[in-house]
Design a binder for this molecule. Structure first.
Ligand code: NAD
Length: 491
């Protein structure tokens, strides 16, 4: 019997899908079941070059000069079209990541729409800076800045929130009149490809949005950042890859925007409303199977409530429902791949060697037929670790957290800030002044008080230290995706 032809995930270059090359392809795997769902055409250097030169041509033949209101209108049409094809995006994201369908609907694809709509609004409302400079003798000079597109932007994104993170960059880049060459994660190629269809359907000129598939080193990712015609790189991924990308573009002095890893802390004070804090903590540790850069992996708890928080969080970990992503009752999907599970399991071993006690999880669960070959892992909590342990210092990127007691506010702040990362923190307290005080003393890009992952897309997003360079969101995105030319006119 003949097997059915493979479903191809294709590259999208110069406004067209490229005929795939079976000799240069890799499988797309559903991490919930371990089954191959498609083949992905890996772009070679020549194809990446075509994408970049095509993007440059598209810029030069008019896209960069398109009036802002037309670009904003196009972004709104893109959002409307994603809405119309909503369930296709959901299905593609679920198949690539194994994440629960409910989450894909409520978070991933919903945020993609919002990203387009938000940046249509932000760019339409943006003004230009001007200064009236007083000169000796009573004369003045008018200084104003004209913002121009950055140019051809390389967009490199990871697998954890594929469409959400992609559109978070593509929407403002297009809003500002740039052309983009997108390199989605090799683990999650589908939704970036579907987005190419949508953008073509709503009238984006050929060459403005390109997708090249492949890996990092010696593949499409590296070819893209090495390309001499790239004007900037916006990258979300691990800190180690970020450092590598930075080195690659350094000789050509290109701007970078980096959203990198995290080892985020929660600080829980003894004046909290226990149930509210526990629900919030549970979300912050376990959302997307802990595979959100903002997820909490270190929970510092004031000693008098340590046992209550530990017991309550363990109870919530055990209540999570792992299972088929298509079941709307499922709360927790698999890890992205077997390779990533190996990495997470290596930290289970390290935790044991460091003398940790497991108060929830700590094992590979058995979920039964159909899911046996998926990369599942039980939500896991440890006590008995300290900031000196690697498990508490290194990003694990799984549904895991170390619970550590503290006595005073000063100690909590010192423990939370004792990290090379600096992405996010969450402070749980009912004391208003303490909330502000502690949040402001966090060495991070984003600090929440009594909530987590609550985002106003006009506010700056990013991290310090190993967690990144620059900010995106609202005006911050407009600043990255444009270059100002200052004009000074003596009056
Ligand atoms: P990764 O760094 O392995 O890969 C990210 C992307 O970079 C992928 O598309 C990959 O193919 C590409 N890449 C890898 N090597 C490259 C190279 N040498 N040149 C060019 N491109 C290259 O990260 P990942 O495992 O896909 O994602 C998980 C990481 O992303 C975690 O560290 C997580 O914290 C981070 N992350 C950060 C944020 C944020 O906003 N700060 C958001 C989500 C994820």
């Amino acid at each position: 019997m003949n097997s059915p032809p493979p479903l191809w995930i294709r590259n999208f270059v110069e406004g067209r899908f490229v005929e795939p090359d079976p000799d240069r392809s890799f499988p797309a795997v559903d991490p919930a079941t371990g089954s191959v769902i498609a083949r992905v055409h890996e772009a070679d250097r020549a194809l990446v070059d075509r994408a970049v030169t095509g993007a440059r041509r598209a810029l030069d033949t008019g896209w960069a000069q398109t009036p802002v209101r037309e670009r904003a209108a196009l972004l709104r049409r893109a959002a409307d079209r994603i809405q119309e094809r909503f369930e296709e995006f959901v299905a593609a994201e679920v198949a690539d990541t194994g994440k629960p369908v409910t989450q894909a609907r409520e978070l991933d694809v919903a945020r993609a729409l919002t990203n387009f709509r938000t940046f249509a609004d932000v760019v339409a409302a943006a003004g230009q800076e001007s200064f009236l400079t007083e000169l000796p003798g009573g004369r003045t000079a008018l200084n104003y800045a004209v913002r121009k597109p950055l140019g051809v932007v390389a967009v490199i994104v990871p697998w954890n929130l594929p469409l959400l993170l992609l559109t978070w960059k593509v929407a403002p880049a297009l809003a500002c009149g740039n052309a983009v060459v997108v390199k989605p994660s090799e683990e999650t190629p589908a939704t970036a490809t579907l987005l190419a269809e949508v953008l073509a359907e709503v009238g984006l000129p050929a060459g403005v949005y390109n997708v090249v598939h492949g890996f990092g080193p010696d593949s499409a990712g590296q070819y893209l950042v090495e390309h001499p015609s790239i004007d900037g790189v916006t990258f979300t991924g691990s800190s180690a890859t970020g450092a590598h990308v930075m080195k690659t573009v350094a000789p050509r002095v290109r701007p970078v925007s980096f959203e990198l890893g995290g080892k985020n802390a929660a600080l829980v004070f003894d004046d909290v409303d226990l149930d509210e804090a526990l629900d919030g903590l549970s979300r912050s540790v376990f959302t997307n199977t802990g595979q959100v850069c903002l997820c909490t992996e270190r929970v510092y708890i004031q000693r008098s409530i340590f046992d209550d928080i530990a017991a309550g969080l363990a109870e919530r970990a055990r209540a999570l429902r792992l299972g088929s992503p298509l079941d709307t009752e499922t709360t927790t999907g698999p890890l992205i791949s077997q390779a990533h599970r190996e990495k997470v399991l290596s930290y289970f071993e390290l935790a044991e060697q460091s003398g940790a006690s497991i108060i929830a999880g700590g094992r590979v669960p058995e979920l039964g037929p159909g899911l046996d070959d998926g990369s599942w892992i039980a939500p896991t909590l440890w006590t008995g670790l300290t900031n000196a342990d690697r498990v508490v210092r290194e990003e694990i990127f799984g549904p895991v957290a170390a619970l550590i007691p503290f006595d005073t506010e000063a100690e909590a702040i010192a423990l939370a800030n004792d990290t090379d990362y600096g992405l996010a923190a969450a402070v749980w307290t009912n004391d208003l002044r303490r909330g502000h005080r502690v949040a402001q003393s966090m060495r991070v890009g984003m600090a929440w008080v009594n909530t987590w992952f609550l985002r106003d897309l006009r506010s700056p997003f990013g991290g310090v230290g190993l967690s990144g360079i620059g900010r995106e969101g609202g005006e911050s995105s407009l600043h990255f995706y444009t270059e100002p030319t200052n004009v000074c006119v003596q009056l």
